[in-house]
Design a protein around this ligand. Structure first.
Ligand code: CA
Ligand code: CA
Ligand code: CA
Ligand code: CA
Length: 275
């Protein structure tokens, strides 16, 4: 089983090209045919022809797929979406989430055929508390691009490049993961998810906490062997500069933390990063 999972990780090698000072911390174009690392709740999920297909099977079936790290505060989500009717949704600053209708604590950006809005979810049982709303027409069955810029207690939503909605009262949940969603008995299609941040990535800081400790080892193991989310940015997990992420990176990180091994990404110990 381990070998199989490691093989599934190795194709990411092409994506690993050192730590950017700032920028992309997560991306998935689903062209590898799977949604590895996404945590799915309720609904039905499939990757079809390089597109993530999220289906709600009934009115209260809350299909949500979560990624990212609980400590994430300021980040920008870019995603392509389309739907045959109804809506697409992006969730952010997810503090809690579980199976069940509206089960969790998070914010939601919903993009309907005739309006766009922000709402607050707190185990709301079928209703999401509206925070901001604007009339806007979204053509069905056509790909659109959504951009959500989260900066502290403020978020701004864009659709197809138009700044539609801004709200500065996101004070309930200061940080959290992100998700894609579909409810109300229908389907939404998503592609080309890119999450970026102004915070620089640090080699070995796989959980994007700002420092390297045992939690990063646990995070990496979770990613490799139990379907957890990927290191953010992905390159932060290639601590031995091999060009891909596998068990050797876990061993390297443990050596660094507990047996005076060389620092992450400095594989010859000369204080100069090697990848
Ligand atoms: Ca794709
Ligand atoms: Ca860390
Ligand atoms: Ca590696
Ligand atoms: Ca070096």
């Amino acid at each position: 089983m381990k070998a199989c999972i490691i093989l599934s990780v190795i194709p990411f090698a092409l994506l690993i090209a050192g730590i950017a000072s700032a920028g992309v911390i997560f991306e998935d174009d689903f062209d590898d045919g799977d949604a590895y690392g996404w945590k799915e709740y309720d609904g039905l999920f499939a990757v079809d022809s390089g597109v993530y297909v999220i289906t709600s099977q009934s009115f209260y079936d809350d299909a949500r797929s979560v990624n990212g790290i609980a400590s994430m505060t300021d980040y920008t989500i870019d995603v392509d979406f389309k739907f045959p009717e109804g809506h697409a949704c992006i969730l952010f600053h997810i503090e809690e989430i579980e199976s069940g209708c509206d089960a969790g604590k998070y914010y939601q950006l919903h993009i309907y055929e005739d309006h766009v809005g922000f709402c607050l979810m707190n185990y709301s049982g079928g209703a999401c508390t509206g925070l901001a709303n604007i009339d806007y027409t979204v053509t069905t069955d056509v790909w659109h691009h959504a951009k959500l810029v989260i900066d502290g207690i403020t978020a701004v939503a864009y659709v197809d490049g138009d700044s539609l909605l801004s709200y500065d009262g996101f004070t309930h949940y200061p940080a959290g993961r992100f998700a894609l969603k579909r409810i109300n008995d229908g389907v939404a299609y998503y592609d080309n998810v890119v999450v970026s941040s102004g915070a620089p990535g640090i080699c070995g800081d796989t959980d994007f906490s700002g420092y390297v400790d045992i939690d990063d080892v646990v995070y990496l193991i979770d990613y490799l062997f139990t379907g957890g989310p990927p290191p953010m940015p992905l390159a932060s997990g290639d601590v031995d500069c091999s060009g891909y992420i596998d068990i050797d990176d876990v061993v390297y990180l443990i050596d660094y933390l507990f047996t005076s091994g060389y620092p992450p990404c400095d594989i010859n110990g000369d204080d100069i990063p090697d990848c």
